[in-house]
Design a protein. Sequence first.
Length: 255
Amino acid sequence: MKLATWNINSLTVRLPQVLDWLSTNPVDVLALQELKMSDDKFPHAALAEAGYQSVCFGQKTYNGVALLSRGPATDVVRNVPDFSDDMARVISATFAPGIRVVGAYFPNGQAPGSDKFEYKLAWLQGLRNWLRSELLVHPKLVLMGDFNITFDDADVWDPEGMRDQIHCTDEERYELNALIALGLHDAHRLFPQPAKSYSWWDYRDFAFRRNRGLRIDHILVSGALKAQVSACWIDKAPRKNERPSDHAPVVVDLS
């Protein structure tokens, strides 16, 4: 079983790229973030023609998440229960053989000390509290998406220059590691990876060409699935497309 996550940065603009990627990378489940469209605009029919069922949680202009799958999605939940939020950030569903997938678009946070940063920390705590109970019900769980947080300096092209800046603060990393402490594992680091492996590059200053990026898109697997993870990689090829998303897909193989 192959699962993948991709912040597409506007499905309206990049639906052809998603369809093209799925044709050459027929994953079983693809989590999308930053749809930037309302539910009534979601391209269910085009995806169905490509062999994918879809459930979405859209939002006009900003945010929006979806799960695309080759099999049916059951027990679909939108957003984090018991956390009041008007942003479309989380969609969860169960897929055969009993794997619970949580696709999430974590808040950016803007800057340390800002109201948006405080919202990000509160949201992370709400997510953690919910996942703690979710793991009891669904021990085979995958949390994947755009986390907008790096684990450590290895995930940052300029660790000193970005120290204590957004995506790289101690507060954000504490919350990310608190998710790991629930019994989750960073699938990417279960295997040796090339140095400077990033999943996001700014559009400015030829950042992708110079590989000045961040690894902020993650796939975390529960302990019950860890032994089944046979590979995890970042597919940089779509970042070379004309008018690409600034993120690349991350893919995990479950044997």
